[in-house]
Structure formats: C-alpha cells, structure tokens
Unconditional design. Structure first.
Length: 292
C-alpha cells in the first residue's frame, strides 16, 4: 500500500487509509444526475485507488444511483484492499430533496440497491444517516438501527456506523450494537463535535467529517489565509492537515471531481503544522469543551 498522509486506521477488522475519498459530488450539480464529464469521473476514482486510497465514501442517494454505478464501472472487480462505505436513511425526490427513508422496508430496499449497483455480495460498512440538511435532529434511532442490525446478522453488512447524529443518538446506537464510525459535518470552522471526537478516539471509533472543505460553501477565514500564506500552502491543504492532526481517529473523505485536485489534496494533507499554526487555526471557531 502506498504511504498516504495520516497512515491507516482500522474500522472493525478493515484497514483503511486515513486519507479517503468522498464520491458524492461526482453525481453532477445538486448531486442529481450524470457528471458533466463521465470519463473524468471514472479517471478520478481510478486515480484515487492507484494513489493508494482504500476508503471511498458513497450512497445510493447520490445521483440517485449515479455515483455507485460510476464506482462500479471504474473499479469493479475491486481490489481486496478497497473498502466502500455507503449510507442509508434518505432517498431523493424529483426536486433534488433528501426525504427520509428510514422505515424497515425502505432500509432493506436501500441496502439491496447498494449491493446491486456496487456489484457486491456484502457491504463493508453502512452508515445509518439521520437528521436533515440542517444537521442532526432529535429523532428515535432504535427502530431503523435494529433493521440494519438484522441485515448485518443476515450477512449483508459487515460493519455499521451512524451519520448526521447527536451524541445521544451515538450512545443509543452503541447500546444496541457495535459501531465503527460516526460521520458528521465538521471542519476547521464547525467544531460542534469536539467532545464527541475525543470520546470516540478513546473508544477506538473513527470520526469521519463530511464537508471537510466546507462542502458547497468553501471554507473561508482570515486566520486560515494567514497560516496558509505563511506556509506557502493552499487553505485546502491547511484545512486537511489540521483535521489529520486534530485527532488520530479522524478519517478524511474530501470530495473532488478533478484528478489534479485529488493529487493536490493528498500532497497538501501531508503538510506539517507547528504548535503556533495549530493555535491560530484552533482560534477560528469556538471549540467544544474538550477539544485537543
Ligand atoms: N453523511 C452525510 O450526510 C454527508 C453529507 C455530505 C457529504 N457527505 C460525504 O462527504 C464527502 C465530502 O463532502 P463534499 O465533497 O460535499 O465536500 P468537501 O469535501 O468539503 O468539498 C468538496 C468541494 O471542494 C472542492 N475541492 C476539492 N479539492 C479542491 C482543490 N484542491 N482545489 C479547489 N477546490 C477543491 C471540490 O471541487 P472540485 O470538484 O472542483 O475539486 C468540491 O466542490 C462527500 O463526497 C460525501 O461522500 C456525507
């Protein structure tokens, strides 16, 4: 395995590179429909694997179906080292919305659609995605999580995680079964999960920030610009290096539709940040109570 910034992490019994790839935005504008450049999307996926990335994040809701089909077209049969992580719990409507789909029948259908579109007999890791576009919401987790536990017992899912969740929902999932990761929105400027990250690190559970670069609204901050200029690096490189440094259980899944950006991001995440750099970057957003 090529050496990528951050080294590796173990999700249950699966070793993944901490530098992964988020495939969502391959499905074109608003994550609805085919990519502007189909062959370019295949090239990004193939480059990710050839550069040594062994963790790809996806969902059958991306496109819908488009991203999973691109992954299959680009990479199937998959190298043994590659682990594709998907999520269930939301579907798409014809306006591009993400309505919840958490009843047992929808969850079962979604797991089977992921298996079929990705060309797999078992999914390595499935995240139960709750909440909505505004973030986690106080809603019951037990029923949908139990449906996924049943599918896991049937051998269709190897490991489970939760996404877009509150600390209480994480704890509820842990009271029902084993989770190997939590995937929530988090970056230099949005640090509501600091305490959760530290708790999960102590328990050996991965934290996978979505929107590590700000998602649809790129990260912007005077302090980030200042540190980047001092290091002669891009703000994106600094933001990724900060996440890797923030905690050893953080796994990166930055998205890009460009081979050049993918290469740049891998190189950038390897940037060394000094204590002074970290202190200035930590001041960008109010940190949670036990931020390290
Ligand atoms: N669980 C959930 O509810 C949830 C929600 C959202 C996302 N996710 C996951 O999180 C992953 C990451 O989120 P994301 O892709 O939306 O946001 P992101 O990683 O924060 O940012 C992606 C954006 O950054 C741009 N970018 C990347 N590298 C760049 C570079 N070197 N220079 C300039 N621009 C660059 C990309 O544009 P280019 O294409 O031009 O490079 C893209 O517009 C997704 O792929 C998805 O798998 C999960």
């Amino acid at each position: 395995m090529a050496s990528l910034p951050g080294g590796t992490w173990t999700l249950g019994d699966l070793t993944v590179t901490r530098f992964g790839y988020g495939a969502m935005q391959l499905a074109g504008p608003w994550v609805m429909g085919p990519p502007a450049d189909h062959d370019g999307a295949l090239a990004v996926l193939r480059e990710a694997v050839s550069l040594g990335i062994t963790h790809i994040d996806t969902s059958n809701a991306y496109g819908p179906e488009v991203t999973n089909l691109l992954i299959r077209e680009a990479l199937h049969p998959y190298p043994e080292s590659l682990h594709i992580v998907t999520k269930v719990g939301a579907t798409r409507d014809d306006k591009g919305g993400w309505p919840p789909a958490r009843d047992p029948e929808s969850l079962r259908r979604s797991v089977h659609e992921n298996l079929e579109n990705l060309g797999l007999e078992r999914l390595d890791l499935v995240n139960l995605r709750l909440g909505n576009a505004q973030g986690p919401q106080p809603e019951p987790l037990a029923k949908p999580f139990e449906t996924l536990l049943e599918l896991q017992q049937q051998g269709l899912i190897r490991h489970l995680g939760v996404s877009n969740v509150t600390e209480e929902q994480v704890a509820e999932a842990q009271s029902l079964g084993t989770i190997v990761c939590v995937q929530n929105g988090y970056n230099l400027a949005h640090r509501q999960d600091d305490e959760l990250i530290d708790r999960l690190a102590a328990e050996g559970i991965a934290y996978v920030p979505f929107f590590p670069l700000g998602g649809f609204s790129p990260l912007q901050s005077a302090a980030l610009t200042k540190v980047s200029e001092r290091l002669n690096a891009t703000p994106i490189a600094v933001a990724l290096a900060w996440l890797l440094r923030r905690s050893p259980n953080i796994l990166l899944i930055p998205g890009t539709s460009s081979v050049a950006h993918l290469r740049e991001n891998i190189a950038g995440a390897g940037l060394t940040l000094s204590e002074q750099d970290m202190a200035e970057l930590n001041d960008i957003a109010p940190a949670g109570p036990s931020a390290g």
